[in-house]
Write a protein that binds this ligand. Structure first.
Ligand SMILES: *Cc1c(COP(=O)(O)O)cnc(C)c1O
Length: 371
């Protein structure tokens, strides 16, 4: 790829911090993990942070920690990454898909209540593409129906809703650090919470079911090895030190794209600023006008790929995945179906140069003219 879809931003300082761990004697469950947990949880404004080896592991432990299991239902969007729903299925619970709103591409609060039954236990709220969901309405509905709220903030480190960073709203929240996220640890994730009991349970479950107070080789509950090594955590610490700079450069790239693409007909660019929330830019996703058919979108993507320009359909909805053929779709998802047929994620990363933005724009323009 001449211009890849995503590219990690690793500095010499990042590398040195990782190498320092390799020269030390502690490669797991050490000071870098504690520092990384403190850095992320403090940044979010939640007292507890528990590092795990992926965002998916984090979501799994959230479902488990809330005691959600067979027979329980959890509300979740279908227009998101498959991990959000998989975590529910790992524990034998049923994901119930709820449609999104067109403005933010997040869960539509007006569609939540129709999906609530006597078996509903929780809502997994995803802050899609780094745009905060409508937390005020969602929390109100959750309180009314005694539902737990898990924020899937894997795409939204640093995004704010009404002046508060996402991750500080739910009973539990999860961040992820795969290389295409705002910050990376190679692989990795973090659960944050305000609840000391949930934090202690999750800390135990990540480490083979051992509580901090447990004796050596005492396993109080069923656990997993979802630990994040010191090597990964060191990279996370180094990246967190630059978080403001990283988010600012991503915002600049998004602004640059919006300016550059403003002349293209048939392309809807993402919203740069909302009144009550601020985006932490994860990916840059355009939507083609409704006049374009799905196969035209796919042909346009082929054109970009032939020009060496990385792109992807974000998202192919979960309910349409073969792995979900056995999971019933109980509620109509018109916005999910509509949006997922016309989205294209364009190359997007911290150091994407303006010249590349122009190159992508030209390739898009040419591709559109060929449709
Ligand atoms: C990235 C992501 C995750 C977690 O991904 P991992 O690769 O397991 O770290 C979960 N949910 C969403 C919405 C994501 O974008």
């Amino acid at each position: 790829m001449k211009i890849p879809l995503s590219r990690p931003d690793i500095t010499e300082a990042d590398i040195e911090e990782v190498v320092a761990v390799l020269r030390s004697t502690q490669l797991s469950l050490g000071p870098k993990m504690e520092e990384f947990e403190a850095r992320v949880s403090t940044y979010i404004g939640a007292p507890y942070g528990i590092a795990v080896n992926s965002g998916t592991s984090g979501l799994h432990l959230c479902i488990r920690a809330l005691g959600i299991g067979p027979g329980d239902e959890v509300l979740v969007p279908s227009f998101t990454f498959v991990a959000a729903a998989n975590a529910i299925r790992y524990e034998g619970a049923v994901p119930v898909f709820v449609d999104i709103e067109l403005r933010t591409l997040n869960l539509d609060p007006t569609r939540l209540e129709e999906a609530i039954t006597s078996r509903t236990r929780a809502i997994v709220v995803v802050h899609t593409f780094g745009v905060p969901a409508d937390m005020q309405s969602i929390l109100q509905i959750a309180r009314k129906h005694h539902l737990r709220v898990i924020e899937d903030a894997c795409e939204a480190l640093g995004a704010e809703y009404q002046g508060t960073r996402v991750g500080a709203f739910g009973d539990l929240a999860v961040f992820a650090f795969y290389p295409n996220k705002q910050i990376t640890t190679g692989e990795g994730g973090m659960i944050v919470t305000q609840d000391p009991r949930l934090a202690a349970d999750i800390r135990a479950m990540r480490n083979q079911g051992r509580y901090v107070s447990d004796a050596w080789e005492q396993h109080s509950v069923l656990g997993w090895n979802y630990r994040l090594s010191e090597i990964n955590c060191a990279l996370g610490c180094a990246q967190m030190r630059r978080i403001d700079e990283i988010l600012a450069s991503r915002r600049n790239v998004a602004e640059s794209y919006n300016r550059s693409l403003s002349t293209l007909r048939g392309v809807k660019v993402p919203v740069l600023s909302y009144e009550d929330r601020s985006t932490s830019w994860f990916v840059y996703v355009i939507q083609l006008d409704p006049t374009f058919a799905r196969d035209e979108r796919d042909r346009l993507m082929q054109h970009l790929l032939h020009q060496g320009i990385g792109c992807g359909r974000y998202f192919a909805p979960i309910h349409a995945q073969p792995a979900y053929s056995g999971v019933s779709v109980l509620h109509s998802l018109p916005n999910t179906d509509f949006v997922s047929q016309r989205t294209i994620a364009l190359p997007f990363f911290n150091r994407l140069a303006d010249e590349s933005v122009f190159e992508v724009t030209e390739a898009l323009e040419e591709g559109l003219s060929l449709l």
